[in-house]
Design a protein around this ligand. Sequence first.
Ligand SMILES: Nc1ncnc2c1ncn2[C@@H]1O[C@H](COP(=O)(O)OP(=O)(O)OP(=O)(O)O)[C@@H](O)[C@H]1O
Length: 223
Amino acid sequence: MNGLPTTLEADGIWLQFGEQKILQSVYVKLQTGRITGLLGRNGSGKSCLLKSIMGLMPTEWQSVRVNGHYIGKPYQQPGLIRYLPQHPFVPPSLTIQAAFDWYGVDIRELAEEYRAIGQFKNQPFGKLSGGEKRLAEILLILKSDAAFVLLDEPFSHLMPVQVEQLQKTIRQESQRKGILLSDHLYRSVLDLSDSIYFLHSGGRTIRLTSPEQNLKDMGYLNS
Ligand SMILES: Nc1ncnc2c1ncn2[C@@H]1O[C@H](COP(=O)(O)OP(=O)(O)OP(=O)(O)O)[C@@H](O)[C@H]1O
């Protein structure tokens, strides 16, 4: 691939577990400089889709292309893509400082805005509260040097003031990255996103044209 990655397209993703069809020919497109939202009911397959894009799921078929070039295992490409899973992923014995060093993120840049990060930098992850841990993990992924970032429920466990701060950081980082944002805090997803996909329980994505109305029509929001 020549030049900097600017577009990532995941196409024709098919995934099933036994008889249960999860994803059926799903398509999503990410672009650097843009935030793409992903919404869908509980269990519709959003987390599976994010893992599939990374190359971490045993899909029946899928094609991930960066600037039009097929990439077999996106997660193996240095500087291409990072993924925030729903569940904690940093080993509990690692300190915040050590984790940030490992991901190549300068903790000093964040410590002023996110006081807790600076304050607890010598604490191991295992001793942090659920919200503190989540915040540190989101920032690790979001600030690391990658062209694309996939965020699975970044706002869960965070108090409102941190959600607001994080929205600001997501906007800042989107100036140089393509971000896929999936969260049930739909208002934040709608406010931040340049375009929004809805994953139907049948396993297909549609792009929302009038997000709020579409979400009501599909029963994701009360009308
Ligand atoms: N490893 C697995 N083996 C079997 N079934 C799985 C596996 N992983 C996920 N599933 C099933 O796939 C479906 C989609 O799960 P997924 O976690 O992707 O949903 P989701 O849209 O992220 O849900 P939520 O909004 O509740 O987080 C669920 O029915 C789940 O039980």
